[in-house]
Design a protein around this ligand. Structure first.
Ligand code: DGJ
Length: 721
């Protein structure tokens, strides 16, 4: 019998104190157990070894009556033997039940500072009697963003079945309010708030894709936390398949935040020397939601392959033509797109064999000769002559039963227990872990990319993965499929350097930091209604910077909601993301075309500010107004969108603040974009231009002019010094 308390007299000298970007992680690596994060949050300032030892000793938990005879330790992968009676980090066993409660002891600890300033710690631990090895990776980047993951290896002949492997970090009990996200198709990432009590606030996803209703970020914070107020601890599980996030509060007065992949029964069964690795679980601490968002944005922007701020204005033809592809119509759209300033032209669903609607053709990635007798060349050439990039839609994981591919290779289609899954949007899923299926999809896409010089793939994924088993064995295959898709994306990007991929999934159902390791932007939603996009884009930006969020100007009457909005509201909303058009601009008036061109020019003028600055949002006590802006890193320039999303209960409306400016500088404030909308029903003295101190703009604010609901305008602020 092992006795975990046997040699507790040996005090660990392995205290890791990581500081970066205003955040500190204090980690105690005890010889008897796995690393425990004693503090994750605000920087504690410089602490030398002696001070750190004192801190760690002082933080040892008192031992109440009726508990284990050791102080409770809550490691990154929490272990029940150490007194943790909340959600265990590892759930697994060998056949017959052995080794279900491992006790890991650290064997090797490595600390490194990477060239970009990121501090990393790796702990390798072993459970010799149990025949298991556990490795933990922990990182703290200069942005203050931290991430963790774990890797379990079976060192024995007898297979080890893993049900769950999660990683956690502690948050104080004062973080008693939780904000995370839910939603559905066309209303993704809808915020929900509540109070944390003892128990587990658990969000589980079994969709086989990130999900329109994914937790997105799980934030816990001081009650009432806002965009700039309240301490917040947030986590994001970076995985595009099944996953879980949770906040676990136990009666021992401990609260942790964490998550991992959600494994289906039998998905991970480790043979000797095989390993299972969790996704990265990200941790962002900050005062206010904006500060939390900045940590993610700065981290993403520091990646060497992060797209430049010159995000090309895109026209996607989906809502203009749907499946009705005719060369003359599309060439005309390309000409008009170029004339208003579009830089990338994307041909959406409907170009391949038998794809006249969504019931047939998926999987047959060959240009439909009946619709395109000369192939795509005439359109691609026209797009190229205008200097625009050409992009093409694919849905690589999917297949319609009514397709040549499904008829030829039924053995590639996922299913279980000898049955196929229930159809969703008339489609099924290809098992991309089958080498031939994978190669077929890869080579079909590669052939078209090479032939037409395609620069951009819109990579769609329009169904949940139910009953998604390997066709031959029927065993659950979501975990393996998720990883195969990443490999496929990477292979294509390696073969075609510079090829961009957009992650789309019934709109915005595949938005996470794992998919963004392999793609360059997300399509946030099929709902382009600006009223909905004010929310969707703003909350998507809680994780992802605006340059990675596809945001289009749709038709005046929204196809998904039926609401009608003026161009100013549609354009002012869309330009705070990666701007595109998804509207049949062949039928618009000259005035509209002119105004559209002006908005595009405004976006092009300001995109380095929009995509290099800090996202700032403001809530000023009137729920009918949304304030969303971007402030340059040097604080010398800012752009804000002011939108009315409903009728205000106040007349006149309240003042709105412009957060993020430097208090001591003076800023010239100017309304930019289309001339003030005629729907303005009253004026405000400042809209013709004013110069005011940042303190006044940030603390007092300015009165918003009287406007009808569902209007927006853009304000530019430039430091006057
Ligand atoms: C769903 C996407 O979200 C849309 O933008 C469009 O590409 C359709 N699929 C095409 O089928």
């Amino acid at each position: 019998m092992r006795n975990p308390s046997g040699d507790r007299a040996t005090r660990s000298d392995s205290i890791m104190y990581l500081r970066n970007g205003g955040v500190a992680l204090l980690i105690d690596i005890d010889p008897n157990g796995m690393p425990e994060v004693l503090h994750w949050g605000a920087d504690l300032g410089p602490l030398d070894d002696a001070a750190l030892a004192d801190v760690v000793a002082a933080l040892e938990r008192p031992r109440p009556n009726n508990t284990l005879e050791i102080p409770l330790r809550v490691s990154v992968v929490p272990e029940p033997h150490a007194g943790w009676l909340g959600r265990p980090g590892l759930a697994g066993a060998r056949e017959g039940g052995d080794d279900w409660s491992p006790l890991f002891r650290p064997e090797r600890i490595t600390r490194q500072q990477l060239a970009d300033g990121t501090v990393t710690v790796t702990v390798v631990a072993g459970d010799e009697p149990g025949g298991l090895r556990l490795e933990i990776d922990l990182e703290l980047a200069p942005s203050g963003l931290a991430r963790m993951r774990a890797r379990l290896t079976n060192a024995r002949d007898a297979p080890y079945a893993v049900e769950e492997l999660s990683v956690v970090a502690p948050t104080p009990l004062r973080a008693s309010e939780v904000l995370d996200f839910a939603g559905r198709w066309a209303k993704e990432r809808h915020p929900q708030r509540g109070t944390l009590n003892v128990g587990t606030h658990l969000r589980e996803n079994r969709r086989g894709r990130t999900g329109a209703d994914a937790a997105h970020l799980m934030c816990v914070g001081e009650p009432g936390f806002g965009f700039q107020t309240g301490e917040i601890w947030a986590t994001h599980v970076a995985f595009s398949g099944n996953h879980r996030s949770f906040a676990d509060r136990v009666t021992a007065g401990v609260q942790v935040l964490g998550g991992g992949e959600l494994l289906l029964p039998g998905e991970v069964r480790l043979a000797r020397d095989e390993s299972y690795e969790t996704p990265w679980v990200y941790l962002a601490y900050g005062v206010g939601l904006d500060a939390v968002a900045h940590r993610f944005h700065r981290w993403l922007r520091a990646r060497p392959h992060h797209p430049s701020a010159e995000r090309p204005v895109t026209l996607n033809v989906w809502e203009a033509v749907y499946f009705d592809h005719t060369l003359s119509r599309l060439v005309d759209l390309a000409d008009r797109a170029h004339a208003v300033g579009v830089e990338r032209f994307v041909l959406d669903d409907g170009w391949f064999t038998n794809r006249r609607d969504d019931t047939a053709g998926l999987g047959d990635w060959v240009v439909d000769e009946r619709v395109w007798p000369e192939g795509l060349a005439p359109l691609v050439d026209r797009v190229g002559q205008h200097g625009m990039q050409f992009g093409l839609w694919f849905e690589p994981e999917m297949v319609n039963p009514d397709s040549d591919l499904a008829r030829r290779h039924p053995e590639w289609i996922m299913g279980t227990s000898g049955r196929l899954p229930v159809l969703s949007r008339h489609q099924l899923v290809l098992d991309l872990t089958i080498a031939d299926a994978y190669a077929h999809v890869r080579d079909s896409i590669a052939a078209l990319v090479a032939r037409y010089g395609i620069r951009y793939l819109k990579w769609d994924h329009n169904r949940d993965l139910t009953d998604a088993g390997h066709p031959a064995s029927g065993r659950a295959a979501v975990s393996a499929q998720t990883r195969a898709v990443s490999r496929l994306m990477d292979e294509l990007r390696t073969r075609f350097p510079g090829l961009e991929i957009e992650s789309c999934s019934s709109g915005g159902a595949r938005v996470d930091l794992a998919i963004l390791e392999h793609t360059d932007r997300v399509w946030a939603s099929d709902c382009i209604d600006p009223l909905e996009r004010q929310e969707i884009d703003s909350w998507t930006a809680q994780l992802i910077p605006p340059e990675l969020i596809g945001s289009h100007i749709g038709a005046p009457r929204s196809h998904t909601t039926g609401r009608t909005h003026p161009l100013a509201f549609r354009a002012a909303t869309a330009m705070f993301g990666h701007l595109g058009i998804e509207w049949d601009i062949s039928s618009i008036s000259d005035d509209e075309r002119h105004a559209l061109g002006e908005w595009i020019a405004l976006y092009r003028r300001h995109r380095s500010l929009l995509f290099g600055g800090d996202v700032m949002r403001s809530a000023d006590g009137d729920d009918s107004i949304r304030v969303r802006g971007v402030v340059s890193p040097t604080r010398d320039e800012a752009l804000y969108c002011l939108a009315t999303v409903s009728a205000s209960p106040y007349a006149p409306r309240t003042r709105v603040r412009f957060p993020g400016l430097e208090a001591a500088r003076r800023y010239r404030v100017a309304v930019v974009g289309e001339p003030l909308p005629e729907q303005w029903t009253g004026d405000a003295a400042w809209v013709d231009g004013v110069t005011l101190p940042g303190s006044v703009l940030g603390v007092v604010g300015l009165p918003i002019p009287e406007m009808q609901p569902e209007q927006a305008f853009v304000v530019h602020l430039a430091a006057a010094d």
